[in-house]
Design a protein around this ligand. Structure first.
Ligand code: NAI
Length: 331
């Protein structure tokens, strides 16, 4: 029996995580839950958005399913997501993107995965106001972090039967930082002769992704570029509502919906739980429960193909009715 730390989070988190939990249970996966609180509501109750006990729980169990969390504004708290990522060294941000028959999207038959480096690049938060008219930011790229993210991308490709890895960079301009990332990628690629490798400059990759996404399979990118192409990629397959995500490290992994807490629709049974559900399916696959994870993905796909979906995708179902429709497809 695998214990999973369960964080409902804020706003629609309660609805989408309850949905994902019910579906994981219906899949027959041998899991039990350890509920922990984090986010703006937790901050109201306990004085901080995330307590060490939550991080200890994730560390102990090695895995968490998390809903969106809001950060209390103006109180000096770091975002829950940044805190979890930093404290547990979750260096991979994984975003598989697939289109579903029945869901309106720019392209059909998309199946690509973005592997984003999560710990360095331009996101280390070192900025300096030199004078009134000048500000500077520091970008850090290391061999250690580049090697491990590219290695993760190739191992993922191998494990999931993917054919190609593309490294995204801007090494023609940032010769030292992105140049280092690209060199690391080229070296690591030599260890995976069965998987094709190429590289693409970020701006060209954006145009290509919009015009011919079928040219890509697994993309690996430093932090900022990974952030940008993740949302671009989501737009290709029907938006953030259907895109799952995970933050993964050596010792722990957190699977979560990629959208926010949507306070405008919270508590109204209007939330689309697909992102959380597909994240939970990814989680099961990550835990080696591939059959159960696949069963969930197949049930989601079958619902969409039958026109069963929530309102914001053009359907007529609420969060609860959509959840029931998926469970019905699994029995
Ligand atoms: P949001 O993603 O919560 O909402 C943007 C729009 O999309 C809203 O109109 C919302 O109703 C809609 N929407 C989002 N998810 C939906 C779903 N599953 N089904 C149907 N409609 C959905 O983004 P926003 O408004 O910028 O952020 C709200 C809060 O969420 C903020 O406090 C933000 O910090 C937090 N947030 C948390 C994230 C996380 O924990 N991973 C990620 C993004 C935002």
């Amino acid at each position: 029996m695998q214990t999973i730390t369960l964080i409902y989070g804020d706003g629609i988190g309660k609805e989408v995580i309850a949905s994902a939990k019910a579906i994981v249970e219906a899949s027959g996966a041998p899991v039990e839950w350890e509920v922990q609180e984090a986010g703006a509501e937790a901050a109201e109750k306990y004085g901080k958005p995330i307590d060490d006990a939550v991080l200890e729980s994730i560390s102990r169990n090695g895995v968490a399913l998390k809903g969106p969390t809001a950060t209390p504004i103006g109180k000096g708290f770091r975002s829950v997501n940044v805190e979890i990522r930093k404290r547990l060294d979750l260096y991979v941000n994984l975003r598989p993107l697939r289109s579903f028959e029945g869901v309106k999207s720019l392209y059909q038959n998309i199946d690509l995965t973005i592997v984003r480096e999560n710990t360095e690049g331009l996101y280390i938060g070192i900025e300096k106001q030199v004078d009134e008219g000048r500000a500077e930011a520091t970008k850090v790229i290391t061999k250690k972090a580049s090697d491990r993210i590219v290695k993760y991308a190739f191992d993922y490709a191998k494990d999931m039967g993917k054919k190609k890895v593309t490294a995204i960079h801007k090494a023609n301009i940032m010769k030292l930082t992105d140049g280092l990332f690209l060199n690391c990628a080229r070296e690591i690629a030599k260890g995976y002769p069965d998987i094709a490798f190429n590289d693409k400059i970020i701006d060209a990759a954006c145009m290509d992704l919009a015009l011919n996404p079928y040219a890509y399979d697994v993309l690996v990118a430093p932090n900022l570029y990974g952030d940008i192409i993740s949302d671009l990629g989501s737009a290709l397959v029907g938006g953030l509502g259907v895109a799952p995500g995970a933050n993964i490290g050596e010792h722990a992994a957190v699977f979560e919906a990629v959208h926010g807490s949507a306070p405008d629709i919270a508590g109204k049974d209007l939330a689309n739980p697909t992102s959380a559900i597909l994240s939970s399916a990814m989680m099961l696959k990550h835990l080696g429960m591939k059959e159960e994870g696949q069963r969930i993905e197949d049930a989601v796909a079958a619902c969409f193909a039958a026109g069963q979906m929530t309102g914001e995708l053009g359907g007529s179902l609420g969060c609860k009715a959509f959840t029931k429709a998926i469970i019905d497809k699994m029995v």
